[in-house]
Design a binder for this molecule. Structure first.
Ligand SMILES: C[S@@+](CC[C@H](N)C(=O)[O-])C[C@H]1O[C@@H](n2cnc3c(N)ncnc32)[C@H](O)[C@@H]1O
Ligand SMILES: [Zn+2]
Length: 394
């Protein structure tokens, strides 16, 4: 098959794909060049696709039948093809609004021998999802992987997903989510970001929070099964329950984080309206407020554990995958936010702090602590900022 742009072959997982050739010799930074290519393919997002393979495979085990999946923004088709090849019994409907993307996806489907279970359409993503919004046509898995924010597709994705189904959201618009453009964050996610050391965690919580509120409109509750941050994007797998009770339960996990920029005190306050004081109880400074956002766990013990169990049995994943899942498993059940050790060491005038030593001190004093996948220098603990600062000094 001929393409109007140069192509090359790449391997990802068990798929062999045609993707546009990127001229690495040209002046543009590689990511920029990729986003301008005739069809999108980013090898860095392999970790993201690996998690999709694990999540869909687990869902298939749970359902005990073929998973009906949809990827309405498929680029060169890599994700849907990998699901069909690696995630067990899966039927995938893929779409894209880029005709070259559809053409190369069709060729990739043919080359990988999955034409019997993967279809490709030249179609707008919202339209594709809306064609599946009636109760009998809904899907088990919808994967929203756009340029930037998934917000514009959230409602269609929710309506196209079955009771008990799974929605995956990628958000790459980290500038709004991390507070560089708070007004854009309010528009897209209905919440205020926080410019703190744990801003990426807030970003993930804002995305989940937007999904909780969009689902509640449909009397649907959502539960995060596996959420994470990597390589300047956040990603989350959400399970859906079509009933008012789980919708109320999810809304009860929404709230605000108040943060003191001076002494690093922070508190997560649940509730639709912020009733907490805006004055820091430790140093009396004015508190900064972020939210509303999701304040519950961003991963589920049995789902993340199941992903890990599957991941360790198979070779050839993106090298960071199993460590990422393990670290996230350790973060479940801890309160929101973590402490960045470098922020504390620079305030204490100490050149560098050893993570293991600090964690051992916290344990000896009766606090729980764990590392966080959000930052290699971050510690998540039940101790307060004041407690931690005192340990560091003493
Ligand atoms: C980030 S890329 C998708 C990458 C792909 N999911 C992967 O794993 O490699 C986003 C894709 O969305 C497509 N797109 C943008 N707007 C769209 C729309 N309204 N409907 C369908 N596809 C759209 C773009 O052409 C692009 O291929
Ligand atoms: Zn304070």
């Amino acid at each position: 098959m001929g393409f109007w742009f140069p192509v090359e072959e790449v391997d990802e997982g068990t798929a062999r794909l045609l993707v546009p050739t990127i001229d690495r010799g040209k002046g543009e930074p590689l990511d920029h060049a990729r986003s301008r290519a005739a069809v999108f393919y980013n090898p860095l997002m392999r970790l993201n696709r690996d998690t999709a393979v694990l999540a869909v495979s687990l869902r298939g085990d749970h359902l005990g039948r073929t998973v009906e999946a949809c990827e309405p923004m498929c680029g060169c088709g890599v994700r849907g093809i990998r699901l069909a090849l690696e995630a067990g019994a899966v039927r995938v409907l893929m779409g894209d609004l880029n005709p070259s993307g559809v053409q190369i996806s069709e060729e990739n489907v043919r080359r990988n021998g999955v034409s019997d279970r993967v279809r490709v359409r030249f179609m707008d993503a919202n339209l594709m999802l809306n064609l599946h919004s009636s109760p009998r046509n809904r899907l088990d898995y919808v994967d929203i992987d756009p340029f930037g924010s998934p917000s514009e597709l959230l409602d269609s994705a929710l309506r196209a997903t079955r009771d008990g189904g799974l929605i995956a959201l990628t958000a790459t618009d980290m500038a709004p989510l991390c507070g560089v453009s708070p007004s854009a964050c309010l528009r897209k996610y209905g919440g205020k970001p926080l410019r703190t050391a744990y801003t990426h965690e807030v970003a993930l919580r804002l995305v989940i929070g937007a999904a909780v509120r969009a689902a509640a409109v449909h009397e649907t509750g959502i539960k995060p099964l596996f959420g994470y941050y990597a390589d300047h994007y956040v990603r989350v797998y959400l399970s859906l329950r079509h009933s008012a009770k789980p919708a109320d339960a999810a809304l009860a996990e929404m709230g605000y984080i108040v943060h003191c920029q001076r002494c690093l005190y922070r508190e997560a306050v649940k509730g639709a309206y912020l009733k907490a004081s805006r004055t820091c109880p430790v140093c009396s400074s004015q508190l900064t407020v972020g939210g509303p956002m999701w304040l519950g766990d961003f991963a589920d013990n049995s789902f993340a554990g199941g992903m890990l169990e599957k991941a360790v049995k198979i070779r050839g994943w993106e090298p960071r995958l199993t460590h990422l899942i393990e670290t996230i498993c350790g973060e479940i059940g801890f309160p929101p936010t973590y402490y960045h050790l470098d922020e504390f060491s620079s305030r204490a005038g100490i050149s560098s702090l050893n993570m293991d030593e600090i964690m051992a001190k916290l344990t000896a004093a009766g606090f729980r602590s764990t590392r966080t996948h959000f930052d290699p220098r971050g510690v998540r603990t039940t101790a307060s900022a004041t407690d931690l600062a005192n340990f560091i000094k003493g």
